[in-house]
Ligand binder design. Structure first.
Ligand code: 5RP
Length: 172
């Protein structure tokens, strides 16, 4: 599965966060909607300082995979205080390649080299304007489809499916 080339408008974007990212969520949702995307918010819907990010982020990531498997152009955005746990949660979903973006290069390379279908952002590490810029860079950047990147992504998918990578020593 590949997110393939991203485009600036008309994608379905799945959002998942926690209490640390909730304030950003509405602004990011409005920005993406105004840009022509269909936004699906996987919560939380209200502020609870002790809520837990895993289910919100897993649900957003899962929805990306379901959409992509159905041929719908979709990407995911997960954010929390650091973005680390949110990235980890998203990456537990089969078919997800979630990348932590924290500057222009990491946002663009997540797409160009990794064909990431989910981006994780630390809401406590950035202003909301910076987060929006990271998201816009991520969404706009197409996967390069260069052979070495295709090969490495295929190895990750193979490991996910079989626990092995043909032709490579993988410890069990
Ligand atoms: O970034 C996160 C996980 O990676 C969480 O948003 C963060 O850990 C929440 O912290 P707290 O419960 O202290 O508000």
């Amino acid at each position: 599965m590949s997110a393939g080339g991203s485009k600036l408008v008309g994608m379905r974007i799945h959002l998942g966060t926690d209490h640390a990212g909730l304030e950003f969520s509405q602004t990011i949702n409005e920005h993406l909607t105004a840009a022509g995307h269909e936004v699906v918010d996987h919560g939380p819907t209200s502020y609870d300082p002790i809520d837990d990010y895993p289910s919100f982020c897993i649900n957003a990531a899962h929805a990306v995979v379901v959409d992509q498997q159905a041929g719908v152009e979709a990407l995911g955005i997960v954010f929390g205080g650091s973005g680390n746990g949110e990235q980890i949660a998203a990456n537990k979903v089969k078919g997800v390649r979630a990348a932590l973006a924290w500057n222009e290069a990491t946002a663009k390379l997540a797409r160009e080299h990794n064909d990431a279908n989910v981006v994780a952002i630390g809401a406590r590490q950035h202003t909301v304007e910076e987060a929006i810029a990271l998201i816009d860079w991520f969404i706009a950047e197409p996967f390069s489809f260069e052979e070495r990147h295709v090969r490495r992504i295929a190895q990750l998918a193979e490991y996910e499916a079989t626990g092995d990578i043909a032709g490579h020593a993988v410890d069990k």
